[in-house]
Design a protein around this ligand. Structure first.
Ligand code: XIL
Length: 318
């Protein structure tokens, strides 16, 4: 039946994947990515970020993310939109301009109103602010924080809310699953927005995890529940579970399967967990090996599109 169909039958909104136009000519890949029983939502892995959408100030480029949006629509899949205010994959001008509070505020507002406005009505959700926290829960000292302090957060969410009132607005980060201090920081971000009466709808748990070091279902569910208690929905937005020793042994593949089931199971256990998105479904295109040399094989399908034990375990668990 496919993971999305099974997840929907369990009362969830979506099971989906990251994908992007650079992969759209790989036919075996696309056959799986386009299968709406398998994946009910997709997210552009790169093409909707600040650098590709506004490479030079006030000049917007949407050809690639438009394609991603079009293919989701053609396959009756939802679209998660990703991402607006993030320290990484920024265009040159954001990093080099000598900003004042007023000029950076305007630049953020211009970026967000144009990008969110362009996709208005097409996004289930937007990752409005991505990865604003250090591992110890303090704020990352990026250009936004240096110029605006924490104000860049309500500025970003307010601009997104104005540009697409129907899209769910998320704060998205990694290691919230494993670091209590960082989850505390995310809770402070939610509080800061709620105190300012600026809308935030969801907390995105990236879930870039490691085989054998993934918390169990109960611990994961408890972390999700912290945020549903604040009135938010939650989702796993970039799930992958990497092996540190390659090639993975049969034993390690079984551990990876159990870890995937813990994550998916924790979403099932929390009513306001709306779904799970994997950060690519095949080891052929995972970002892990190039970013974390020595690590890899983090996905549900291997590089030849064969379903791994993790796929079978999640499927039979659902
Ligand atoms: C990654 C992409 O997968 C890579 O292709 C790219 O080179 C760098 O970005 N957190 C995020 C994602 O929010 O946007 C990142 O995606 C992975 C970490």
């Amino acid at each position: 039946p496919g993971l999305h169909s099974l997840f929907v039958a369990s009362g969830k909104l979506f099971f989906g994947t990251a994908t992007d136009t650079n992969l759209f000519n790989d036919i075996p890949y696309m056959t799986i990515a386009n299968n709406s029983n398998e994946f009910g939502i997709r997210v552009p892995e790169n093409s909707q970020k600040w650098q590709p959408t506004e490479p030079t100030e006030n000049k917007f480029v949407f050809a690639n993310p438009d394609q991603v949006a079009l293919t989701s629509k053609a396959n009756r899949q939802l679209l998660r939109c990703h991402t607006l205010t993030w320290h990484s994959q920024l265009p040159e001008f954001v990093q080099t301009t000598n900003w004042t509070r007023a000029t950076l505020t305007a630049a953020i507002q211009t970026h967000i109103s144009n990008v969110v406005g362009h996709f208005k009505g097409q996004c289930y959700s937007w990752d409005v602010v991505n990865e604003a926290l250090n591992e110890n829960g303090t704020f990352r000292n990026d250009v936004f924080f240096q110029v605006l302090g924490t104000d860049f957060i309500p500025i970003s969410f307010a601009a997104a809310a104005a540009a697409d009132p129907a899209a769910k607005l998320y704060y998205n980060d990694f290691n919230l699953e494993t670091s209590r201090a960082k989850a505390d920081g995310a809770a402070r971000i939610v509080q800061l927005l709620q105190d300012a009466k600026v809308r935030i709808d969801g907390l995105g748990f990236q879930a870039h995890l490691d085989v054998g070091r993934t918390p169990n279902q109960t611990a994961l569910a408890a972390t999700l529940d912290r945020f549903t208690a604040l009135g938010l929905e939650v989702a796993y937005t970039e799930l992958d579970i990497a092996h540190a020793k390659l090639p993975a042994t049969a034993t390690a593949l079984q551990q990876q399967a159990r870890d995937y089931v813990s994550v998916v199971g924790s979403c099932l256990a929390v009513a306001r967990c709306v779904g799970v998105v994997v950060w690519e479904f095949t080891d052929k295109y995972s970002w892990i090996p190039s970013t974390f040399p020595g690590k890899g094989d983090a996905c549900l399908f291997d590089a030849n599109f064969t379903r791994k034990p993790a796929y079978s375990s999640v499927s039979s668990f659902l």
